[in-house]
Design a protein around this ligand. Structure first.
Ligand code: SAH
Length: 406
C-alpha cells in the first residue's frame, strides 16, 4: 500500500514542484535523502516557499522522485519525507512513522526506555525523540517538524499517550534553521527527575534541566561491554553525567567506582542511581574538572582497573577540529596513565566532525604519549535505537574505543 492511500479523509494534496538541475539528480535518484541548494532550480517561486514546506521533487525530465521538506535558506535545501510521490504529509503520516519507530525499539529492547526517533533514519528529518516510559522528550531540529508540533503531539498521543512531553529545543541546528530556543513542558507535569532503566539498572534524569534530552541512550551497549570487564576492579568514570557507566560497573561487581563530573546536578542523579541500585557503598561522586583530576591522580600514582572517558563533544564545529583533536589525544594520555597494567580504558567521542579513523588516530597517539601499549577490544558506535540512514554514514557520530593496556 502506498503512503497516499492511507491518509485521513482521502485528501488530495498538491504540493509545489521543485526540479533538480540537469546533471545533478544522480545522488538523490540513487537514494540519498538530502538535496543541496545548488542542486535544485532555485527560481523565484522556490525561493519564496516558507521553510519547512513539503514539495514534490522532480528529476530534470519531470519524473517524480518523492515528497521532500524544503527550506530555501539552508545548505541542505530538501530532505526526503517519502519516496511515494503521492504521499500526503499529515498527522496520519507522522503517526505511521512513530508507530514504525516504536515497533522497532520494542522489538530491540522490550522495555520502554530508548531513543524513539532518530531523524532521517526513521523517516522524520530533524526530529529526535527519547522515551522514558510514559515521558517523551522532543528535539525539533527542522522547520518542518517545528511547524507541525501540534500534529506531532497529537500523533504521539495516539501512539503512546505519554503522561508528559518535554520540548528540548536548544540545539545548534535550530539556529541554522532560523528557529528560536525553547525548552518547556508541552504536555503534563513533572515532579523532579524521571526514572529510566538501562541494561537492568535504574537511573534518574532531568530532561528539563539536564544536558540534551536528559540521558544518553547511545552508550547503552558500550556501558554493558565495559561493565562486563569491571568485576573486582577499581573503576573511575570521567564525565560521568548521570552515572550510566559508573553505576552499571558497580552493579556488575566493581570493587569501587568513582564518578567524576563538574556538574553537581549530574552527580546528584548519579548518586541517586547508585542508591536505587543498591551500590551506594561502593560508589563515590567527585565534583572536579576531568583533566585536572586525571593529572592529580596520575601524579599521586593512583591506578584503576577500568578507566572511562566519555566527554562532551570537543569538536563542536569544523573550526575546532585541530584543538579538539589535540584534546582527545591529551584525554587519552592522561587516562592511560592512570589505567593499571592489564586494565581497561574506554575513550569515546560524540563529535560528528571527527570520523572514526581520525578519532582512533588521536587515541593511538595519546597512548604512545603516555608510554603505554595495548590492544583494541572494541570499536563501536551508538546502540541500535540510533539507526543510521544508509546514505548518511557520517551521521553515525558516536565512537567508543575499548582497550586493554599492558
Ligand atoms: N559519559 C556520559 C555522557 C557525558 S555528557 C554518559 O555516559 O552519559 C558530558 C558530561 O561532561 C556532562 O555531565 C558535563 O557536566 C561534563 N563535563 C563537561 N566538561 C567537563 C569537565 N571539564 N570536567 C568534568 N566534567 C565535565
Amino acid at each position: 500500500m502506498t503512503e497516499s492511500t492511507r491518509t485521513e479523509a482521502n485528501k488530495t494534496v498538491k504540493y509545489p514542484s521543485i526540479h533538480l538541475q540537469a546533471g545533478r539528480q544522480k545522488r538523490v535518484v540513487n537514494g540519498h535523502p538530502w538535496v543541496y541548494s545548488n542542486e535544485v532550480q532555485m527560481d523565484a517561486a522556490a525561493k519564496a516557499l516558507p521553510a519547512g514546506s513539503p514539495v514534490r521533487l522532480l528529476e530534470p525530465s519531470g519524473k517524480p522522485v518523492g515528497i521532500f521538506t524544503f527550506n530555501p535558506h539552508t545548505l541542505v535545501a530538501a530532505r526526503l519525507l517519502s519516496t511515494d510521490p503521492a504521499a500526503v504529509i499529515d498527522g496520519a503520516f507522522l503517526e505511521r512513522r512513530l508507530r514504525a519507530a516504536t515497533e522497532l525499539r520494542d522489538r530491540l529492547f522490550g522495555r520502554p526506555f530508548y531513543r524513539l526517533v532518530h531523524a532521517e533514519a526513521d523517516g522524520l528529518p530533524g526530529l529526535i525523540l527519547d522515551r522514558f516510559g510514559d515521558v517523551v522528550t522532543v528535539q525539533a531540529n527542522s522547520a518542518f517538524i517545528d511547524q507541525r508540533m501540534d500534529l506531532l503531539l497529537e500523533a504521539l498521543d495516539r501512539v503512546l499517550a505519554p503522561r508528559a512531553v518535554i520540548l528540548r529545543n536548544d540545539s545548534n541546528q535550530r539556529g541554522l534553521e532560523g528557529l528560536a530556543e525553547e525548552n518547556r513542558l508541552a504536555k503534563g507535569e513533572l515532579d523532579g527527575p524521571i526514572r529510566l532503566e538501562e541494561n537492568g539498572s535504574v537511573f534518574f534524569a532531568d530532561p528539563l534541566g539536564g544536558q540534551k534530552t536528559g540521558w544518553f541512550y547511545d552508550q547503552r551497549d558500550n556501558r554493558a561491554f565495559i561493565a562486563g570487564l569491571a568485576k573486582g576492579a577499581r573503576v573511575i568514570d570521567f564525565y560521568s553525567y548521570n552515572g550510566g557507566f559508573a553505576v552499571q560497573c558497580a552493579l556488575a561487581g566493581a570493587e569501587s567506582v568513582v564518578a567524576v563530573d563538574r556538574s553537581q546536578a549530574a552527580l546528584d542523579n548519579a548518586a541517586r542511581a547508585a542508591e536505587a541500585n543498591g551500590v551506594a557503598a561502593r560508589f563515590e561522586a567527585r565534583r572536579a574538572d576531568a583533566f585536572e583530576e586525571m593529572e592529580r591522580l596520575g601524579a599521586a600514582e593512583e591506578r584503576f582497573g577500568v578507566v572511562i572517558a566519555d566527554p562532551p563533544a570537543f569538536v563542536k564545529s569544523k573550526k575546532d577540529l585541530a584543538a579538539g583533536s589535540r584534546a582527545y589525544r591529551k584525554m587519552t594520555r592522561l587516562a592511560a596513565r592512570i589505567t593499571a597494567p592489564g586494565g581497561y580504558l574506554l575513550c569515546a567521542s560524540c563529535s560528528h566532525n571527527v570520523d572514526p579513523p581520525a578519532f582512533a588516530e588521536q587515541v593511538a597517539r595519546g597512548l604512545t604519549d603516555a608510554g603505554r601499549t595495548g590492544r583494541i577490544l572494541r570499536s563501536a558506535g551508538a546502540a541500535p535505537d540510533h539507526p543510521v540512514h544508509p546514505h548518511l554514514p557520517e551521521s553515525a557520530y558516536l565512537k567508543a574505543i575499548v582497550m586493554q593496556l599492558d
